[in-house]
Structure formats: structure tokens, C-alpha cells
Write a protein that binds this ligand. Sequence first.
Ligand code: 3PG
Length: 398
Amino acid sequence: PGAGAVGGLAGKRVFIRVDFNVPFDKKTGEITDDARIREAIPTIKLAMEAGAKVVLASHLGRPKPGKRDLSLVPVGGRLAELTGYEVHVPEELVGDAPKKVIYDLRPGQLCLLENLRFDEGEEKDDENFAKQLAELADVYVNDAFGAVHRAHASVHALPRLMRERAAGLLLLKELRALGRLTTRPEKPYVAVLGGAKVSDKIDVVEALLGVVDTLCIGGAMANTFLAAQGKDTKKSRIEEDKLPLARTILSKAENRGVQILLPTDVIVATSLDAEAGSAVAADAIPDGAMALDIGPKTVALFGEPIRKAKTIFWNGPMGLFETPAFSKGTFELARIMSKASGFTVVGGGDSASAVKLAGEEVAKGFKHISTGGGASLELIEGRKLPGVEALRSAEGVE
Ligand code: 3PG
């Protein structure tokens, strides 16, 4: 059931698992992208306006065991700025301290628990930790799409203990949008994959080969495919041990009638911090140079099926887009996708950041920008998501 389906929230303690695992500047501590906070607001508002006592919980990064160095206090500050709510963050995750804070909540105030990963029970999906969290609430809502692929206590063990549990509005929106890519997607279907490593994307490539018409591959992972075709990629980053796998993928695609498009030209430079690169044919990379972005001809090549597609899925940048000299391929392709008439979805992580960096106009053109990186890939792979499964069935609960 969705959050809207949970009736009579007034006065109830509603635990909302959100994914506030936001990127921040390591030096200044500044939050660099607050999309995950903004996207959680509709569910938070829904519960607040229904008169619930709202308890938010999230992880942030991967704190070292026994260290409390990744506090959610700054995230609470941003949430307060965005909503006008007063955000209280108890020192302790479970026990009397949060219970008292929650008991004392007045209208317009909410409780944000500290980083769930401060307790080692979280990542262990520990039943005892889940029971202590369960004591803080009457109703459980999961709105943490970005974390539903993790079988962790707040995502998996906890909802199974709660009689009243629901999916939040963001989780529902994500499942609906990404569901359109897995359940009878409208054809033609074009997927664009990029990023550094083939090894991170093997399962998603396998799954996509069964459903897409065209697969465009860019980013450093394309170098491994170019090398697998016998091209001399010179100093470019490749995964030597994945060459046989890349060959298998290419021949599988051919057998299944899936068109794989690889870069025909690339932007090269001799160092990662070069001020500018030059476009060369993918089979004519000069000695000592490496491919760091896709070239203009490749943008046009990938753009053609994208314009005609009814469904488009994008995950992973086309190059080193954080460096201006190597960002053009990623941004140009983002622009083409944003103007395409098909159902365009971008998976979270780097590609979602790239879309935002490309500008508001570009971001607005996408039909869906997922807040989940790993979660959206696992969904596309057709895997069961522990957080979603736990909402569907809870032992001992109807
Ligand atoms: C994400 O950013 O993908 C989610 O918040 C999950 O974080 P994790 O990879 O540290 O479990």
C-alpha cells in the first residue's frame, strides 16, 4: 500500500525511512546535491499535515566502525531550510533519548535520527536493532528508494515487525517509472551505458540485452569494448581481464539482434588534467594519449536512435565529465535525451548529477531522474529488492 493508503495518522508516530545519503564536499562539508532531501519532502509533508509525529531515519556514507564522523545534523539543517519544519536530532539512535524527543514533538517539529550506520546492527539486518527502532514508532513507511536494494535493519528487518507499513510517495514514483523499463517497455528501446568499469555493469548489460533494441556504450567502459574489437586504445583505461567478457557480450548482442553502438571518435589527451583535448577517430588514438570523452561524431551516432526511441534508459557518464575539457560528450548527449520524445529515464549517481550540471532546462526535459544508483540498476536487472519485498510480506502480519 502507498503512504496515502495509511489512514488515521493523527497522533501516531510515523517512522519514515528516507535516503538522505547525499553527496557533500569533503573539505567544506557543504551538501553538493540535495535532490534526495527534496524528493522525500512530499511524503514527509503528507504525514506532518495528517498530524503524525514524524521520525525520519537514514544512513549517510559508510562511517568507520565505532566512529561517529558522518552525522546527519547538517542534513537536518538543510531539511529545515527547505521545509520550515523544526528538526530535532537526538544524540542516541534508540532508547530513551529519541523516545523523549518523539514524545515531546509539537506541530511543525519532527525528529531525524542520527546516521543509522552508527549502530553496527543496521548493516547486519539485526533483529534486535530493528526491535529497538520498532519501539519508536506505530507506523512504518519506506520512502528510501536509493536504499531498497540493501537488506539492512531499517529497510528489511524493521518493516517485517510493523503491523502498519507502507511505501512512500517517492518509492512509488520510482517503482512506477522504472517499472516502465522492465515490464513491456515501449519499443524501440535504447539504453545508454557509461562509466568507468565493465565489471560494474555486467548484470545490467545481460538484462538489457534481453529487452533493448540498441545499446550505446560510452565512458571508459567503452575502451574495453574497443580493445576487444582489436583497436589499439593506447594509454586509455581498459580492463584487460574483461576483454573476453566484452567479446562474449558483443557476440551475444549480435545473436539476439541487438545493435551495440560504440564510439567512432573520442576526445583524447595525454593527461587527466589537460586543459583541452582533441577529437580523433577511435582507431587512430595517438601514442601516449588516452580517450577521456566521446567525440562529436559519436554523439550524433548515439543521438539518432535516441531521437526515434519510445523508451530510453541512461546510466553512467560518457567521459570524465567533472573536468570541463571532457564534459561535452556527456552534456551534449544529455541535451539530446532531454529533447527526445520517448520516455527518458536516468539512473541515479553520476549520470543524474551530470543531468543537473547540464542545466535546469536539460533536467526538466527528462521524464524521470532516479534518486537511486545501485537500486535502479538492480531493479533493471530484474532482481528482488529486499526493502520492497519486506513491505509486501511480513511474517505474522497480514
Ligand atoms: C546509494 O547511495 O546508492 C544508497 O544510499 C546506498 O548506499 P550504500 O551503497 O552505501 O549502501
